[in-house]
Design a binder for this molecule. Structure first.
Ligand SMILES: Cc1cc2nc3c(=O)[nH]c(=O)nc-3n(C[C@H](O)[C@H](O)[C@H](O)COP(=O)(O)OP(=O)(O)OC[C@H]3O[C@@H](n4cnc5c(N)ncnc54)[C@H](O)[C@@H]3O)c2cc1C
Length: 252
């Protein structure tokens, strides 16, 4: 029996997800471009600030150079998991295009959608046209103004008729759009107190990024709650000062 594919659409801009919840301010002022990380004895140094532990949540290509000097094994994994690029055109038109709401894999087009047809959206006829990975790679270093007519021509070809001049059109290159899948939920080195998460560990979807991040958070919290002596022996340790809040093995 054929299985129905379920797709979910966010109603709000994605950047809304990153706002602090319940009024708590982030511990670190954002956004900040981090160009290097280093050690200061047992601590991590990031942009002049010391941290007990570090979680790197970046695309593989951006994580690898930061990790290389401090954790070559994690850097290697990131280096072996490249992402595919995606050129995207957004265009608005004065009248509806003669097209279904979604188009898939047609020539240069990997996926295209009528944005104003998404639930809860209004406004003029507007389209998002994403090029496929091969086409995006082949045209990676072209300028946005070159990409707009190329992808709109592809859309016209798909629709079998010329498009009217758009009211507005722009292109954006997502260099690390479709991540690879390294195969671990997250990476965590308890000795170094260094973790890595991101979609590239599990696959190219936003839920993979979320799952990877929560997996790393659980690993960090678990190790923080374990007294070192108990972790090594996995036995009750009455001398352990943190036994009361430690894992069940320690409380027995
Ligand atoms: C065009 C496009 C369309 C997509 N459509 C979908 C979709 O329909 N459905 C879906 O499930 N997924 C989709 N995805 C994938 C989804 O966006 C990702 O899977 C998800 O965002 C990965 O989350 P992440 O936290 O791993 O990484 P990211 O969201 O990439 O977060 C990494 C962050 O690190 C920041 N950063 C990078 N380098 C540094 C540095 N040196 N210092 C400081 N900060 C840095 C970046 O600016 C970014 O904010 C799409 C992606 C693209 C590009």
């Amino acid at each position: 029996m054929a299985r129905r594919r379920v797709r979910r659409l966010g109603r709000h801009p994605v950047h809304g997800c990153s706002r602090p919840r319940h009024g708590h301010a982030p511990r670190y002022p954002l956004p900040v471009q981090i160009d290097a990380i280093g050690r200061d004895g047992p601590h991590w140094q990031v942009d002049g600030t010391s941290f007990d532990a570090l979680a790197i949540a970046l695309p593989a290509e951006q994580a690898a150079p930061l990790l290389r000097p401090v954790h070559p094994a994690f850097a290697d994994l990131a280096g072996q998991t490249p992402a595919a690029p995606c050129w995207t055109v957004m265009a608005a038109f004065a009248a509806p295009l003669p097209a279904p709401d979604i188009l898939r894999e047609e020539g240069p087009i990997g996926w295209a959608a009528r944005n104003n047809a998404k639930p809860g959206r209004t406004g003029p006829e507007s389209w998002v046209v994403q090029a496929g990975p091969d086409w995006s790679r082949a045209h990676l270093e072209r300028s946005p103004s070159e990409i707009v007519p190329l992808l709109l021509d592809a859309l016209a070809t798909r629709l079998g008729q010329p498009l009217r001049t758009p009211l507005a059109a722009t292109a954006h290159r997502w260099r690390y759009a479709r991540s690879g899948a390294q195969g671990s939920a997250s990476l965590w080195d308890p000795a170094a107190r260094l973790g890595v998460c991101g979609d590239w560990l599990l696959g190219p979807r936003v839920e993979a990024g979320w799952l990877s991040g929560t997996n790393l958070a659980a690993a960090v919290v678990a190790i923080e709650r374990q007294p070192v002596a108990c972790v090594e022996r996995l036995q009750p340790d009455p001398a352990c000062p943190a036994a009361a809040r430690a894992r069940p093995q320690c409380r027995a």
